[in-house]
Write a protein of this length. Structure first.
Length: 139
């Protein structure tokens, strides 16, 4: 009899895990925690949960903690993590899926309001940064 413990999103019974896998198109359980994604992330120093930890927590269905994490909003979608992953997991897409889930759940309503930025901020912020932020917060 095969007594090997096989873990799959179906076995965890977590609709959250299945949902994140469906939205992102990624197989979370392929991650074996090598840490290369976090090692190359330019925003890691500003994150409360590192990219490899995000994947681990997603595997475990830690919905509440992940949707409250600052990291999912700190990610700048540079895709460095995607290019470094030896398992071809697109971590950035997983993080995007988490943002979408948080937005759909109504957990975030702080969409970027351009006119509420100071004139000084508007004059120095590159337009692409504002467009990126608006996309991130309204997907
Ligand atoms: S690089 Fe890939 S396999 Fe390694 S910890 Fe990150 S997601 Fe997991
Ligand atoms: S896409 Fe996000 S998580 Fe990945 S390396 Fe860039 S900032 Fe970090």
């Amino acid at each position: 009899m095969d007594t090997t413990l096989r873990i799959s999103s179906a076995r965890t019974g977590s609709s959250f895990v299945a949902s994140i896998e469906k939205i992102s198109g990624q197989k979370l359980l392929a991650c074996y925690q090598c840490g290369k994604c976090s090692a190359g992330c330019p925003m890691a120093a500003h994150m409360d949960v590192l990219p490899n930890q995000i994947i681990r927590m997603a595997q475990l269905g830690m919905q509440k903690q992940l949707l409250a994490a600052r990291s999912i909003w700190m990610c700048v979608s540079c895709l460095t993590c995607n290019s470094r992953c030896p398992k071809d997991i697109k971590i950035a897409e997983v993080i995007e899926a988490l943002r979408r889930t948080a937005l759909r759940a109504g957990q975030r309503d702080d969409h970027l309001k351009i006119m509420e930025l100071t004139p000084e901020a508007r004059s120095v912020l590159p337009p692409i940064a504002m467009i990126s932020a608006m996309r991130k917060l309204t997907s």
